[in-house]
Design a protein around this ligand. Structure first.
Ligand code: GLN
Length: 491
């Protein structure tokens, strides 16, 4: 098979089973590829030795002992604890932290035969939309044409999205709290899926905002996404927020089309100032679905405009509680500077260990939780969150899926929004509402912008309806036939 690295996962599995390719050859090809991608700073740690060892073991297996994802090389966002490996969430405070245990999601994938080939760079503690708060430097989008003006891959899972754009792994893992899988998928021209909150265990994923964080895959196409996701979800007694609800078979109706489905178009997403190319893409999505026999229905999600401010209260509040553990005592970095007492040690450790954006979130978070402000901000935000959930509940009484753009722009230049947090936060305008409601949602490549950069379409499904979500996405994908590739030359 020529160019196996660009093949669908199921074909790679077939090629290995038919001995057209050994797992070791496959892993070595990906290693060579990843090394060539160094200039994009996608990778935080290369796990090549272990990957080759696993590949040899896979090759030595008898056919009947082969696992469903046997020998499939994957890249993992550096927020998943992987036993014995550095796991830093791209933060200096965890710079030398070696995880003593494995996250449930990566364990499930290993149990299915997948091989972790590298960990990927991200925004520090998954806070950001541009992968520009990473302790190892900015992550660069492989769609960058001019290296004097590097593009962001989006964030926070920028490394994982970028590596898929450059075909550096069979699939990769991200986490999505307010859009961190979908927005980078949009910027990098790949598929990114955030399942229903509670589908994937958060055990062993470094926490940002516990009521929002979800793991999900980046893939080249929807079918690969169905395969990756199938092996990621599980009820987990180590995470009390995982669901016991059975995952529907994601393949059963995947190719059954959208005839008769009702697709909601929320009028509140038609915001002022979004570029016409984004509106055009949205219309293109609607037309495709209509042509395929779906019914397009205008819907209203009246509390949409409150989603962003609500998110930027709840997420920092939860982050401030979650990140309190990085105190220089239990694990991670401790200031080398002199201190007089415990408090000074905390201040120095946290002051030196956390980056600017994380500090900003922690300040906001502790403020909105402090006595006197708790009712005015945090409690209020929780009430608005309930309204946002009700909006979606009402809509899903009438419709099956919601179609929107994924992000309000194409990939912007690194640094363009770094000094302007509000404009950075606005990037999440289309992804945050479904996060607050815990709904499954995905981004798939829809078109190229006038600047020659990918643009994504977002589909949102009802709780636990990942099957329908992927079915809708598959139908659109077949029509759009997005075949554009980043300008990597002969890399
Ligand atoms: N961009 C959003 C934020 O900065 C979302 C991040 C995420 O989903 N992890 O909070």
């Amino acid at each position: 098979m020529t160019n196996i690295m660009n093949a669908d996962i199921k074909n790679i599995i077939k090629a290995i089973a038919n001995k057209e390719y050994s797992v070791e050859e496959l892993v070595n090809d990906f290693i060579k590829k990843i090394d060539k991608l160094d200039k994009f700073n996608l990778v935080s740690e290369k796990l090549y030795d272990e990957a080759i060892l696993q590949a040899k073991k896979a090759d030595a297996k008898k056919k009947e002992d082969r696992l469903p994802l046997e020998g499939i090389p994957i890249a993992v966002k550096d927020i998943f604890c992987t036993e014995g490996n550095k796991t830093s969430a791209s933060s200096n405070i965890l710079k030398n932290f070696k995880a003593p245990y494995e996250s449930t999601v990566t364990q499930s994938l290993k149990n299915a035969g997948a091989i972790i080939i590298c960990k990927t760079n991200m925004d520090e503690f998954a806070m950001g939309s541009a992968s520009d708060t990473c302790n190892l430097g900015n992550v660069i989008n492989p769609w960058t044409k001019d290296f004097s003006k590097p593009l962001t891959p989006g964030g926070s899972s920028g490394g994982s999205a970028g590596i898929m754009a450059a075909s550096g792994a069979c699939f990769s893992l991200g986490t999505d709290t307010g859009g961190s899988i979908r927005q980078p998928a949009s910027f990098c021209g790949v598929v990114g899926i955030k399942p229903t909150y509670g589908r994937c265990s958060r055990f062993g994923i470094i926490a940002f905002a516990s009521s929002l964080d979800q793991a999900g895959p980046f893939t080249k196409n929807v079918e690969d996404g169905a395969l990756a996701l199938t092996h990621m979800v599980s009820y987990d007694k180590k995470d009390s927020t995982t669901s016991m609800e059975k995952m529907p078979d994601l393949f059963k109706n995947l190719k059954n089309g959208v005839r008769g489905l009702k697709i909601g178009i929320p009028k509140q997403y038609d915001i002022e100032g979004i570029p016409s190319e984004i509106k055009d893409l949205w219309n293109k999505g609607k037309k495709i679905l209509e042509k395929l026999g779906a019914e397009i229905i205008d819907i209203s999600l009246p509390h949409t405009k409150y989603a962003l401010p609500t998110y930027y209260i709840i997420a920092p509040a939860e982050a401030s509680a979650n990140l309190a553990r990085y105190d220089g005592v239990k694990y991670g970095y401790r200031s080398k500077n002199k201190f007089e007492d415990l408090n000074e040690m905390y201040c120095k450790t946290r002051g030196e260990g956390f980056g600017k954006e994380v500090k900003r979130r922690l300040l906001i978070g502790t403020y909105v939780l402090s006595s006197g402000y708790y009712d005015a901000y945090y409690l209020h935000a929780q009430k608005v969150r309930r309204r946002i959930i009700e909006d979606f509940d009402n809509a899903f009484n009438k419709i099956d899926l919601i179609l929107t753009p994924t992000a309000p722009s194409d990939a912007f230049m690194i640094g363009e929004k770094t000094e302007d947090p509000i404009s950075m936060y606005l990037n999440d305008i289309f992804t945050v509402p479904s996060s607050l409601a815990g709904l499954p949602a995905l981004s798939l490549p829809g078109a190229m912008s006038d600047n020659g950069r990918p643009l994504g379409l977002q589909l949102i499904g009802n709780t636990f309806c990942e099957d329908l979500l992927l079915r809708g996405a598959y139908a659109i994908e077949q029509e759009i036939c997005f075949k554009n590739e980043p300008p990597l030359g002969n890399l």
